[in-house]
Design a protein around this ligand. Structure first.
Ligand SMILES: *Cc1c(COP(=O)(O)O)cnc(C)c1O
Length: 414
């Protein structure tokens, strides 16, 4: 970073501090990860200088000899990795990818049926504050009150009564696997399209640690920067019959020029993901989730659905007598970074809900396994058991930082 250092010492210093933060803290935010040095390098290249509106072979500006090859490589690798018929790698991020899918298939006012935001759905699945809730007639399904699980029969009934044009499966905070076959059957029965948003668990799908939605969904969207461990971006995977509609919706419907440096970094990440090492990572992510769930339960924490099958845990702190926000704050002071999160049917307000969400992708990328997850669970318990003891939190933060130095994360050399 010599050039940044001499041009802009303020930004240099802040990046440096963020590198140290990412090394010295236990990062349990379920949507975050550490990309490899190779992915990081691809994002910082001259590819950012090129405009390439359109698609390979059909661009609006000249000079695409190299860019076309890069985008085709990214597409080929994604097709192979996920077994998809058609892939569009141009969406800037997960939210615009979802909006592009709506643009491809829906008219304003059409009905969509997605998981409610406070139950683990994403903003773009029909939340009132989002374009998806403002421009469409968004109906939400909720989780079962007793089990915290998806209630497929209830979704089926809801689908029959609201007759959605599109059903959305996918989540940001649901700790169990999704039954894509079941979603497909419901969509077929009521004549709806099925969109699966696998943003959170795409890396697990790529690594064979989670069922794939590709055979069942009309369209699949995903971010590339969460468990998939690529650059910040997104892609849309679909059946060949929808290829033209999707491509037209992304460009010129929704976006202008693609971010070519990101496309190249995606290609690198997809190559990395097509390896034994990545498959081991994906299975370890799930294993680490299970281990963390076990230790948390032993410490008396109440987990929504009683555990996890994927990379995330949703912890209900009600029995611990603390809100999600002060808990997340105290954990951060102790070097453990999580986010406060609503639980299904949360009686508390969204600004300080009853839960916290924990994810295992980032710590798995830095080499944490069973032994380390148990240690993490013990630290979390120590902090939540004494949430106002700032001295203790500072002490734990020191322990966490020195512990973490033995697990250097990908992409960062201090
Ligand atoms: C993170 C996420 C997105 C949006 O991704 P951004 O890149 O933040 O726009 C979309 N859908 C789901 C389910 C997500 O978890």
């Amino acid at each position: 970073m010599e050039a940044i250092k001499s041009t802009d010492s303020e930004i240099f210093e802040l990046i440096r501090r963020e590198e140290i933060r990412q090394c010295d803290k236990i990062r349990l935010i379920a949507s975050e990860n550490y990309v490899s040095t190779a992915v990081l390098q691809a994002t910082g290249t001259v590819l950012t200088n090129k405009y390439s509106e359109g698609y390979a072979g059909k661009r609006y500006y000249e000079g695409q000899q190299i860019i076309d090859k890069i985008e085709c490589l990214a597409i080929d690798r994604a097709q192979k990795l996920f077994g998809a018929e058609h892939v569009n790698v141009q969406p800037y991020s997960g939210s615009p990818a979802n909006v592009a899918v709506y643009l491809a298939f829906l008219k304003p006012g059409d009905t969509i049926l997605g998981m409610a935001l406070p139950h683990g759905g994403h903003l773009t699945h029909g939340a009132g504050v989002s374009i998806s809730g403002k421009y469409f007639n968004a109906v939400s399904y909720e989780l079962n009150r007793e089990t915290g699980l998806i209630d497929y029969e209830a979704i089926r009934e809801q689908a029959f009564s609201c007759r959605p044009k599109m059903i959305i499966a996918g989540h940001s905070a649901y700790p169990r696997l999704l039954d894509f076959e079941r979603f497909r059957a419901i969509a077929d029965e009521c004549g709806a399209l099925l969109l699966v948003d696998m943003a959170h668990f795409a890396g697990l799908v790529a690594g064979g640690a989670h069922p794939s939605p590709i055979p069942f969904a009309d369209v699949v969207t995903t971010t590339t920067h969460k468990s998939l461990r690529g650059p910040r971006g997104a892609m849309i995977l679909c059946k060949e019959q929808h290829a033209a509609a999707i491509d037209k919706a992304v460009f010129p419907g929704m976006q202008g020029g693609p971010h070519n440096h990101t496309t190249a970094a995606m290609a690198v990440a997809f190559k990395e993901a097509d390896s034994q090492e990545f498959r081991e990572y994906a299975h370890q992510v799930v294993e680490n989730g299970r281990t963390l769930a076990e230790i948390m339960k032993r410490k008396g924490f109440n987990l929504i659905t009683g555990g996890t099958d994927n990379h995330l845990l949703l912890v209900d702190l009600t029995s611990k007598g603390i809100g999600g926000k002060p808990a997340a704050r105290a954990l951060d002071q102790a070097g453990i970074v999580v986010n406060y999160n609503a639980i299904p049917f949360d009686p508390r307000k969204p600004g300080n809900p009853s839960g916290i969400r924990l994810g295992t992708a980032a710590v798995t990328s830095r080499g944490f396994k069973e032994k380390e997850m148990i240690r993490v669970g013990e630290w979390i318990d120590a902090v939540i058991s004494d949430p106002e003891n700032e001295g203790l939190h500072a002490e734990i933060a020191q322990d966490v930082a020195s512990y973490c130095r033995a697990y250097p994360p990908p992409g960062i050399t201090l």
